[in-house]
Design a protein around this ligand. Structure first.
Ligand code: AMP
Ligand code: MG
Length: 414
């Protein structure tokens, strides 16, 4: 049996290597960028107007005042998108709209709100200065400047930046192909009738939902009876087309826990089996070729804990995330914590509302059994309670690591 930390090291080492694809902008949301992106041209690409108003030559009206107003002839209009070349000579002005490129000779914009128009003339009653209300070529971004760094998550604003610079496709890390295979002769799909001895299959629904939240559409979802031959056949079939296979249930030591045998017969090499933790002790990690197999013990809370503690970081490593695991936070525990002498505990806990700058507090919930899901509905993370060794003190107000799994917006990596 290995410790959770040792299991994590092995998972990081064996996770499927990230692959890169060139993705269309419309399919990039949430993906991790696989290369630095630089500006192919300066931004703005040319001097343009920051206001709707009039473009003039500043020398014409540098000393204008209420008493000494200047009359300039309006010679035309420039709209955003116009490609015509206008040359502005002394004594003239041109209507200009926000975003329109500056005409040759024009070097200052008078806002429409400040303009007085008489007939076909602009009357300037206040002094102006060169460059006013003009967005300069390259003032925001130089040509060749780095726009986005490899490893960042493409959220809406970053997708906007890519579009601004004309990128229709960018290199991103691929999402892995993940198959889910739940085993148990007792399992019935929700919606069907339950007969004596049966239970509803909650695990595959829960795991598929967790995958979907990560942006992964499971490539296959199967529920099988505890039949070694059928499980073996499914493992071989599914492995061919997947990067990861998540087996739910049947990896423990019961007489009908056929998954381990089926894996062995399928040629899946064991990397580890059993982690000194609660819940989820019989966690299995294996490999065949470059494919990774997780065997999660079937108790629903064990499945959930093992998914977020081990499967989630592995998948995110493959997806190119720089910090793939749940981000630990230090919290103060309200109430008593009773560590286990040999096994690390993952306790379902709820973060209490942060009252001040002090450490946040987490409350351990009732119903911690590995067969119980109800506390998970209320919890927003796990409290990681390390094995205490031989001295097993009762601790109150203790500081420890909290692993929030309720990730609404994925946190950034850089
Ligand atoms: P196992 O790991 O297969 O020995 O299963 C441990 C416990 O979890 C048993 O009580 C199973 O009935 C239950 N269990 C296994 N698979 C599922 C599932 N897909 N949904 C809900 N409970 C399950
Ligand atoms: Mg079973």
């Amino acid at each position: 049996m290995i410790s959770p930390a040792e299991a994590m090291v092995l998972i990081r080492r064996h996770a499927v290597k990230p692959k890169i694809k060139i993705a269309r902008l419309g399919e990039c949301l949430g993906a991790v960028l696989a290369a630095d992106i630089r500006a192919p041209f300066p931004m703005p690409v040319a001097d343009n107007s920051a206001m709707d108003g009039f473009v003039i030559r500043s020398k014409d009206a540098g000393l204008a005042s209420v008493k000494n107003s200047v009359r300039l002839k309006i010679i035309g209009t420039l709209k955003a998108g116009d490609s015509k070349q206008v040359h502005l000579v002394s004594g003239t002005a041109c209507r200009i709209m926000t975003g329109a490129f500056m005409p040759q000779g024009g070097d200052c914009v008078i806002a429409k709100e400040d303009a007085v128009i008489v007939g076909n003339h602009l009357i300037v009653k206040h002094s102006v200065c060169e460059g006013q209300h003009i967005r300069r070529r390259g003032e925001e971004t130089r040509k060749g400047q780095k726009l986005l760094t490899q490893g960042v998550i493409l959220h809406p604003a970053r997708i906007g930046i890519l579009a601004t610079f004309g990128y229709a496709r960018v290199p991103v890390y691929c999402k892995p192909k993940v198959a889910v295979l739940a085993t148990g002769s007792e399992l019935v799909t929700p919606g069907k009738k339950l007969s004596r001895g049966k239970i509803y299959d909650s695990n595959s629904w829960m795991v598929c939902a967790a995958l979907e939240r990560m942006g992964i559409d499971p490539s296959r979802v199967l529920t099988l009876r505890d039949d070694r031959g059928k499980v073996k056949k499914a493992i071989l079939d599914v492995l061919r087309e997947s990067d990861y296979l998540l087996l739910l249930g049947g990896v423990s030591v019961g007489d009908y826990d056929v998954v381990k045998d089926a894996l062995k017969q399928s040629g899946v090499k064991t990397i580890f089996w059993k982690v000194s933790q609660k819940p989820g002790k019989p966690l299995f990690l294996g490999r065949k070729y470059k494919k990774v197999v997780f065997g999660l013990p079937g108790n629903p809370a064990a499945v959930f804990t093992c998914f977020y503690e081990y499967v989630y970081p592995a998948l995110r490593q493959t997806m190119g995330f720089v910090r793939p695991g749940l981000e630990e936070e230090t919290v103060k525990v309200s109430g008593r914590v009773l560590p286990d002498s040999k096994r690390c505990l993952f306790l379902k806990a709820k973060m209490e509302v942060r009252s001040s700058w002090r450490l946040p507090k987490a409350r351990i919930l009732s119903h911690q059994g590995s067969h119980m899901l109800s506390s998970l509905a209320e919890a927003d993370g796990f409290l990681k309670v390390p094995a205490s060794g031989n001295s097993a003190p009762n601790k109150k107000g203790f500081q420890m690591d909290f692993l929030p799994y309720e990730v609404d917006g994925e946190k950034d990596v850089k």
